[in-house]
Design a protein around this ligand. Structure first.
Ligand code: TXA
Ligand code: MG
Length: 331
């Protein structure tokens, strides 16, 4: 499934929309973003309205390259330059002390700003053609699953005139599939705020220094709220050795199961809906939200996910599944 080649006429159209304060859904390597001109307060406000997101939540500023760090941040530590050199463009967000350029509406009124230089060819083309920075959260309604295809964005937010987005750029399915790793470099010690495909170990190796797990006084990051990234159908994660007995206990429900093919084959009773999950963590992450979107539309009473293996390469996946479970219960 190759990504569609960048269409420069569509990019030019998107730049016009952004210059007029409009909203553009743009593919990044992680998930689709809902982008607005980061320097236009009203445009950034429109993102919150479109998402139904509380106004005090900060949004990530997407930049064309690392030279923009000093425009948006102050007192930039060497660790930020080292991580940008190692991982940008790519799925890593750096939280730094903000510069005056970073508007309150972007930072949620905090003294920090999140910066990321995305690697996806469509996002890069848009940033280069636009010339400024783009404020962009994931292009989903608040609390919903993140979108990894243009169709996910269309289904959740919609395109104008009926929907909330002025223009949706279709750059194919996002290759990483889960949101960027977020590391906070504004304090005394680098702190991991959100795990992603770049692992804590990757960061520690690039820094030659330890990276802390978040403590109680870490900055507010809604991505860390348990109820994020949730399907509408109640979802539970079940250890693989208890999958059969759990499905037997749920016999009266229409259940949709996500598990590796080898695990599905061991089940004695076939679930109403089943989907085979990749056994490799990179492919599992790439397909995760598309799989959950599809299971969520299978008219099931329950989604049951076979717990992936332990191991650091699965950490971000466990994190997203835990949130999906917690969020779907609260609905
Ligand atoms: O991969 C990604 O990061 C995607 C793509 C579109 O770039 N974006 C994304 O944005 O996931 P969003 O808004 O859905 O999640 C960003 C997370 C939020 O939990 C937000 O609170 C946190 O980053 N964040 C942004 N700025 C922050 C800051 N200054 N301090 C702490 N957390 C921050
Ligand atoms: Mg999000």
């Amino acid at each position: 499934m190759d990504a569609p080649a960048v269409d420069s006429a569509r990019i030019a159209q998107a730049v016009e929309v952004l210059k007029q304060g409009g909203l553009v859904a743009v593919p990044t390597e992680t998930v689709y973003g809902l982008a607005a001109d980061a320097a236009n307060e009203a445009a950034v406000r429109a993102i919150f309205t479109a998402k139904g997101r509380p106004a005090d939540h900060p949004v990530i500023v997407h930049v064309a390259d690392a030279s923009a760090i000093d425009d948006w941040a102050r007192e930039v530590p060497d660790s930020a330059r080292a991580l940008a050199a190692a991982f940008w463009p790519g799925p890593l967000t750096l939280v730094l002390k903000r510069s005056p350029r970073a508007l309150d509406v972007v930072t949620g009124g905090q003294d920090t700003v999140g910066l990321r230089c995305p690697a996806h060819p469509w996002a890069r083309a848009l940033l280069q053609a636009f010339g400024g920075a783009l404020a962009a959260p994931s292009a989903n309604r608040f609390g919903h699953l993140s979108p990894t295809t243009a169709d996910h964005v269309r289904a959740d937010l919609g395109e104008k005139p009926a929907g909330a987005v002025d223009l949706i750029l279709d750059g194919g399915a996002c290759p990483v599939g889960i949101e960027s790793t977020i590391v906070d470099l504004s304090g005394a010690q680098p702190t991991l705020l959100r795990p992603g495909s770049i692992t804590r170990l990757d960061l520690e190796q690039a820094l030659g220094a330890p990276v802390a797990e978040p403590g109680g006084d870490a900055p507010r990051a809604p991505g860390r709220l348990e109820r994020h990234y949730a399907p509408r159908t109640p979802l539970e994660v079940v250890p693989v050795d208890r999958l059969g007995s759990r499905l037997a206990a749920l016999f009266h429900l229409r259940v949709a199961v996500l598990a590796p093919a080898a695990v599905l084959q061991t089940l004695r009773a076939q679930p109403a809906v089943q989907m085979s999950a990749p056994e490799d963590p990179v492919a599992y992450a790439r397909d995760l939200y598309a799989n959950l979107h599809e299971l969520d539309h299978a008219a099931a009473d329950r989604i049951v996910v076979s717990a992936p293996p332990a191991g650091t390469e699965w950490t971000a996946i466990h994190d997203r599944l835990r949130r999906a479970q917690a969020g779907s219960r609260r609905r």
